[in-house]
Design a binder for this molecule. Structure first.
Ligand code: PXL
Length: 282
C-alpha cells in the first residue's frame, strides 16, 4: 500500500484573485498530497490592488478545528502557514506548532507580510516581530527579500544583489531557527530572477533561476511556496525543489502575460498543473 502524506495549509481564503488557499489547495493536491485546510479569514478578494474587500476573521475557529483533529488522532506530515490575519493568530499557530512538532510534523512557514519593501495594507508595523515567533519554530522558512529584511531588521534594498549579500541573508534567516531557508526574488542581473536556498545540515547554498518577466503578478509567492511544499513532500532535495518551483512559477507568469489578463487576479497556474505533477515524479 502506498502511504499518502497529508499537509494542513493554514492561510486565508481570498474568494477571488488567486492566492493563499485557492492556490495552495490545488497545487499541493495535484502533487498527490492530501491537503487539509485551516482558513484564517475569508476575504472577498486579497488586499493587493483591490479596495472595498470584505474581511471575516476566523481566529476563534482555529483552535477548535485543531482540538477536533486531535480527538480524531489526525496525522499531519506537514503544516504550511501563509497569510495570517493578526498577531493573535500568530500566537495560536505557535501553540499548534508546539502540539505537532514533537509528533514529527514538518513545519513550513511562508512569513507573508509584504513585497517591494513594504508591508501589505492590512499589517501593522509590529507584525514582523510577531512573525519571528513562528519563524523560530519552522523547519523550512520561505520569505521573499522584503519579508527577510523585515525579519532580520535590516532596511530594504533594491536589486540586483550580489551572491555574498544573498548568502548573508540566508544565514541570518537560518540563525533565527529553521534548518532550511528558501529566499525568493533573488537576482544578480536584469535577465534572470529566481530563488536561493540554504541547508544548515549540509551547510550548502544553491540558486535556481529562470528568465525574468517584467511586471508584478499577484499571488506568485503563494504559487512558489505551494510548489516548494509539494516538491519537498514528494521527497525532492531542496535544491531540486527550488528549481522545480521556479520553473513552474515562471511558466504561470508567462502564460498570464501572454493572455494579458489583469494581474490582480493572479496567475494561470491551472494550465501548468499536469506538467508540474509530472515533473515531481522521479
Ligand atoms: O499572496 C499573499 C496574500 C494572501 N492573502 C491575502 C493577501 C495577500 C497579499 O496581498 O492580501 C488576503
Amino acid at each position: 500500500m502506498v502511504y499518502q502524506k497529508r499537509v494542513a495549509a493554514i492561510h486565508d481564503i481570498s474568494c477571488c484573485g488567486r492566492c493563499s488557499l485557492t492556490v495552495a489547495l490545488p497545487i499541493i493536491s495535484a502533487a498527490g498530497i492530501e491537503t487539509s485546510v485551516i482558513p484564517t479569514a475569508i476575504l472577498s478578494t486579497h488586499t493587493g490592488g483591490f479596495t472595498g474587500y470584505t474581511f471575516r476573521d476566523l481566529t476563534e475557529d482555529i483552535m477548535p478545528i485543531i482540538s477536533h483533529w486531535e480527538s480524531l488522532n489526525l496525522r499531519l506530515d506537514a503544516l504550511y502557514t501563509g497569510y495570517l490575519g493578526s498577531i493573535r493568530q500568530i500566537d495560536i499557530i505557535s501553540q499548534i506548532f508546539d502540539i505537532y512538532k514533537p509528533k514529527g510534523t514538518k513545519i513550513i512557514v511562508d512569513p507573508v507580510m509584504g513585497d517591494n519593501g513594504k508591508l501589505y495594507a492590512s499589517f501593522s508595523e509590529d507584525f514582523p516581530k510577531g512573525m519571528i515567533k513562528l519563524c523560530k519554530k519552522a523547519d523550512i522558512l520561505i520569505p521573499n527579500i522584503t519579508e527577510a529584511l523585515f525579519l532580520i531588521g535590516e532596511p530594504y534594498k533594491e536589486g540586483p544583489y550580489t551572491e555574498e549579500y544573498i548568502i548573508s541573508l540566508l544565514k541570518k534567516l537560518a540563525s533565527i531557527g529553521p534548518e532550511q531557508v528558501v529566499l525568493t526574488g533573488v537576482y544578480f542581473d536584469d535577465k534572470n530572477l529566481g530563488a536561493a536556498c540554504f541547508d544548515k545540515n549540509t551547510n550548502s547554498v544553491n540558486f535556481a533561476f529562470a528568465d525574468r518577466i517584467e511586471g508584478y503578478y499577484h499571488g506568485t509567492g503563494d504559487v512558489f511556496g505551494s510548489a516548494i511544499v509539494a516538491a519537498v513532500m514528494n521527497s525532492l532535495p531542496l535544491k531540486d525543489a527550488i528549481q522545480t518551483a521556479v520553473d513552474f512559477t515562471v511558466g504561470c507568469i508567462r502564460r498570464t502575460k501572454d493572455a494579458g489578463t489583469d494581474k490582480r487576479y493572479g496567475v494561470n497556474f491551472e494550465a501548468g498543473l499536469a506538467e508540474f505533477a509530472r515533473s515531481l515524479l522521479r
